[in-house]
Design a protein around this ligand. Structure first.
Ligand code: ZN
Ligand code: FE
Length: 257
């Protein structure tokens, strides 16, 4: 089984899994790159997983569905503009030998879900849409800081070897902010060098590893002393409450250039 990031729009990835002529995709915002890959590689499309309702994650679903008559899965707590199997926390989706566990991770949108699976002979896979990015997290369009913090806590509890398949190539700009928050984090400095190298060769920085994210991502580290101190430097009125620290960390990122 192979994991392939198909670039779409300016900075999206549509994640594709393939096995013996069959494929599934996650968040096809555009049908064209998926159709092109399927044609060139002579694969058929079985299944589409959707994490949330934004158009850059759903725009290609209707076209692919009518072309391939594939199964479509998505969040029960959101309305998507096509017929799909609605999923809630703890439900399972099977494709080939994989069984994806559904996790509700509200924050970026109110009904956002993520999909986690443990292949028998490979490291685990997480499709987290716009909830967790490498070095960052999604903007809070529909959820509260408390909700996003809890969602990220659930993702952080997955096995460290989990391959984190984010829906956007935002890594370098996220790491610029992360360096402003934790300038003395050695793991962050070496990861940033690695990612700069990847991008200079036009390669994706993803998937990331959850263990790496725990070491470098300020949004998974908001309870660390260094991150708390930096947030208080940005917003001196920040209390010691974790949701308040997280909220101001997110506000800082929103205005960071
Ligand atoms: Zn989104
Ligand atoms: Fe997006």
């Amino acid at each position: 089984m192979n994991l392939i990031p198909l670039p779409a729009f300016s900075d999206n990835y549509i994640w594709l899994l393939q096995h013996e002529g069959r494929a599934m995709v996650v968040d096809p915002g555009d049908a064209a790159p998926v159709s092109k890959w399927l044609k060139e590689n002579k694969h058929s499309l079985d299944c589409i997983l959707v994490t949330h309702h934004h158009a850059d994650h759903t725009g290609g679903v209707a076209t692919l569905k009518s072309e391939w008559h594939c199964e479509v899965y998505g969040p029960a707590n959101e309305q998507l503009p096509f017929v799909y199997h609605p999923l809630r926390q703890g439900q399972l989706v099977s494709w080939e030998s994989l069984s994806f566990q559904v996790m509700e991770v509200p924050g970026h949108t109110a009904g956002h879900i993520a999909y986690w699976a443990q292949p028998s002979d490979q490291d685990p896979l997480l499709f987290c849409g716009d909830t967790l990015f490498s070095g960052g997290c999604g903007r809070l369009f529909e959820g509260s800081p408390q909700q996003m913090l809890q969602s990220l806590d659930h993702l952080a509890a997955l096995p460290g070897k989990t391959r984190v398949c984010c829906a956007h190539e935002y890594t370098l700009s996220n790491l610029k902010f992360a360096m402003a928050v934790e300038p003395h984090n050695d793991a962050l400095q070496s990861y940033k060098l690695h990612c700069e190298q990847q991008r200079s060769q036009n390669k994706p920085t993803l998937p990331s590893l959850l263990s790496t994210e725990l070491a470098i991502n300020p949004f998974l580290r908001s309870r660390h002393v260094s991150v708390m101190a930096a947030v208080k430097g940005f917003a001196p009125s920040t209390s010691n409450q974790e949701a308040d620290i997280f909220a101001n960390l997110r506000l800082w990122k929103n205005e960071f250039r």
